[in-house]
Design a protein around this ligand. Structure first.
Ligand code: APR
Ligand code: PHB
Length: 385
């Protein structure tokens, strides 16, 4: 079998790349190791930058997002006794949207612009340094297959084969804490997200819909979710989010999902080797505190699609040649911002660090310059800046 672009991975990066290429008349085939149901059911983050919403709308994926998503003007930052709203619209003229990654995945599948081979195995890339790379794999029926292409796009996340096929410098930072994340069938107790610093640890109040809340607690690495019964979770969320402060109440409800998410920062450079191009989690991982993971994947494939369409439709390799540098500019900006939010808001027990964190929080919530810096990064810079 032959195609122009062999895409490995049917997560948001792979499916959106296929959508963008198909719209531009470039052939692509997507190879995915899991089932369609599994890929669609994964619970992931839920914040879209303005530039992501603009892009999805521009390419025909904005209807349900705009109908069912929620546009937010900003976020709340808090520490014991104080809660401050950062208004991104006043500071930068930009907003963010609450719309689960699971919903974006559903919209991409519904668009029907991806030819996906699900439940494949033994995915291996070959001859990526030549003009005729190919992928071998075993299909869902157990038959060995070969997919020839002009280009391979590695959108196979942090555990896929593509990243190991790119000789690269790697940069990594791990963190001595994780997030205990819950999904709960209860109306959110806040109109916009609350990021809370607390001596007991960080807490985040997010949401999925007017009836479903998503909340997180900083916990030690290796925490067993079973060691956190529901009552203990709500009690600790109430403590860290300021239940009772200025009359504000956190309303508990039935918890439908509970998981512990370790966090790290990881970047590998370059994001291209010959005719193998990496995008999304295959090339970089950010801790979720800056809400950048999905938005970075969208930005990567937007740049990559533009570059590949120029190669196939205009025989120009200018954007292909600069793809890795162009993508990495945003990757490092978002990697820094995600590290900065994470180290500002998670406590490690050192009293000097705690005072530095509180001083930084007081600065970003009282200085227009400080607040604008956070807002600009959180709401996101235009794709390709
Ligand atoms: N062969 C085929 N597919 C594979 C292989 C393989 N050997 N290994 C992994 N995959 C698939 C995974 O099953 C997954 O569906 O690649 C896909 C990668 O998707 P994601 O992990 O969602 O990565 P990406 O599309 O880059 O999206 C990044 O997802 O994890 C969040 O926070 C992250 O929001 C960010 C977004
Ligand atoms: C989420 O809604 O899951 C979410 C929101 C903001 C973050 C991380 C996760 O920073």
């Amino acid at each position: 079998m032959r195609t122009q672009v062999a895409i490995i991975g049917a997560g948001p990066a792979g499916l959106l790349l296929s959508h963008l290429l198909t719209r531009a008349g470039v052939d692509a085939v997507v190879l995915e190791t899991r089932s369609q149901e599994y890929v669609a059911s994964r619970i992931r983050a839920g914040i879209l930058e303005q530039s992501s919403v603009d892009l999805l709308t521009e390419v025909g994926l904005g209807d349900r997002l705009r109908a069912e998503g929620h546009e937010h003007r900003g976020i709340y930052l808090q520490w014991p006794g104080e809660r401050h709203h950062l208004d991104f619209v006043d500071l930068t003229g930009r907003t963010v949207w609450v719309y689960g990654q699971t919903e974006v995945q559903k919209d991409l599948v519904a668009a029907g612009t991806a030819e996906v081979r699900y439940e494949i195995s033994e995915t291996t890339v070959h001859d990526v340094e030549t003009s005729r790379p190919y992928v071998t794999y075993v299909d869902a029926r157990g038959t060995a297959q070969r997919l020839d292409a002009d280009v391979i796009a590695g959108c196979d996340g942090s555990f896929g084969p593509s990243r190991n096929a790119v000789p690269a410098e790697t940069y990594e930072r791990t963190y001595p804490y994780s997030w205990l994340g819950i999904l709960a069938d209860v109306a959110p107790s806040t109109d916009e997200l609350i990021y809370a610093w607390h001596p007991n640890g960080f807490a985040l109040h997010s949401m999925r819909s007017p009836t479903v809340s998503r909340l997180y607690l900083q916990v030690p690495n290796g925490t067993d979710p079973a060691s956190w019964p529901d009552d203990r979770i709500w009690e600790e969320l109430g403590r860290r989010l300021g239940h009772g402060q200025d009359g504000w109440k956190l309303t508990p409800g039935p918890i439908t999902d509970k998981s512990v998410l370790p966090m790290r920062s990881y970047v590998q450079t370059p994001m291209r080797h010959g005719n193998l191009f990496l995008a999304g989690d295959a090339a970089h991982i950010v801790p979720p505190t800056g809400a950048k993971g999905l938005n970075l994947a969208i930005a990567d494939v937007t740049l990559l699609a533009k570059a590949l369409v120029a190669r196939f439709r205009e025989r120009s390799d200018a954007l292909v040649s600069s793809y890795s540098d162009d993508a990495l500019r945003r990757v490092w900006r978002c990697t820094h911002f995600s590290w900065w939010m994470t180290t500002m808001l998670h406590t490690g027990g050192d009293p000097f660090d705690a005072q530095l964190q509180l001083s930084q929080l007081k600065w970003v919530t009282s200085s227009t310059a400080g607040a604008t810096g956070l807002a600009e990064n959180y709401a996101g810079l235009p794709i390709g800046f």
